[in-house]
Structure formats: structure tokens, C-alpha cells
Design a protein around this ligand. Sequence first.
Ligand code: AMP
Length: 215
Amino acid sequence: MNLVFLGPPGSGKGTQAKVICKELGILHLSTGDLLREGVKNGTDLGTQAKKYMEAGELVPDKLIVDLIEEKLASGALNNGYILDGFPRTVPQAEALRDMLAKNKSQIDKAILLDVSNDEVIKRLSGRFFCPNCSSGYNYPAQMPKQEGICDNDGVELQRRPDDEEDVVKNRLEVYIMQTSPIIDFYRQASLLFEVPAEGALKEITNALLKVIKED
Ligand code: AMP
């Protein structure tokens, strides 16, 4: 099962992809997570990506497409996956289609997590993560047992720097201008499925699984 999760920042792509990949035994590939890891470890890619990420801009297509090409060549994607945060532009979606075709593979479904603008802003302002184990929390829907502390390892929770209000505004604009055209790209390829993604986490997971498992 080769899936793409689409939706604005804060639509729950990462949270849902983690749960669903565990359930289906497939790989969760988040380009945002890979880039943040690169920034943390000071890799070449991380160093090049940092300034774009801090401004809420997209990292140039070539860097991201090379990263995905590397993953494909390594065989890491051979047993099914959810792509979360990639593709993010029409050229990235085209490059993905062409790279997969070379390997006689393809995307099975692109699933759009449908969330209103107001809900996205609310979620991003309540989003926290553990810098040690990467567990995610969202106030008030997903609170840790002790406020500000990770349930898994007791480490103090942080906010992503690009979740601050001024950067969020730009990320949403970038989503509308550069990323939302890929919704039509997948619609035209008859691969697009839409799932309402507001409400209880578990209900959204079930709705996504239903769409994923449907013929
Ligand atoms: P995310 O965690 O998916 O919200 O991504 C965080 C940031 O990483 C984005 O705001 C971009 O700066 C960068 N990024 C992640 N994925 C991509 C992509 N496919 N294309 C370009 N930039 C990306």
C-alpha cells in the first residue's frame, strides 16, 4: 500500500500516519522529520534547508526530490508507505510519479485530510513535542499526564519554532499557493480521496483506515 497524505500544516497528517503505519506495518516517511533531523545533526541537507524552514518557506524541490530518490534506491520504501509532507508542489508530485514508474510502482491513493483554517490555527498554537523521543501532543485534545512533560521519558516538551504565529501565517499561504494545486493533480489521476479530519483522533483514524482498505 503506497499512500500520500495531503492537507495543510496541522491537519494531523503526521499524527495519523504514525498510528496507521503501525497498524498496517508500513513505513511512515515524513520529509519534515527528516529535514529537522538533518538540521539537528548539522548534515549538508539540514544546513541547506534550515533557512527555508525557519521562514516557513518550502525547501527547493531538487533537494527534496534527491532525498526521496535516495530512499527509493535504498529499498526502504519497498514494503509500503505513507508519505507525509511530500509531495508539496506539482513538480514534486510529477517527479514522484516518474521515479515510481521507473521502478514499476505507483501511488495507490492520495488522501486529503480536510480541516478548516480556524481549526488548523488552533491546533498549531497548541502543538508540543518531545525533543528526545519525538512524541507529539496537542493542547487541549492530547494533553500529557503532567503539563509540559513527556509521558514516555519525562523530558520537557517544546514547540516547533515554525509553529510560532508569524511563521504559521506564511506556512498556510505557502500551502494555498504552492501545495494545494497537487490536490487537483491527484484528482485528475483519479487517486484523490477526502476524509473529514476534525473531531476525535480515533474516529479520524477509523475513517482513514476505511478509505485505505476500500477497493
Ligand atoms: P512539516 O513538518 O511537514 O510541516 O515540514 C516542515 C518544513 O520542512 C516545511 O515548512 C518546509 O520548510 C520543509 N519541508 C518539508 N517537506 C517539504 C517538501 N516536500 N518540500 C519542500 N519543503 C519541505
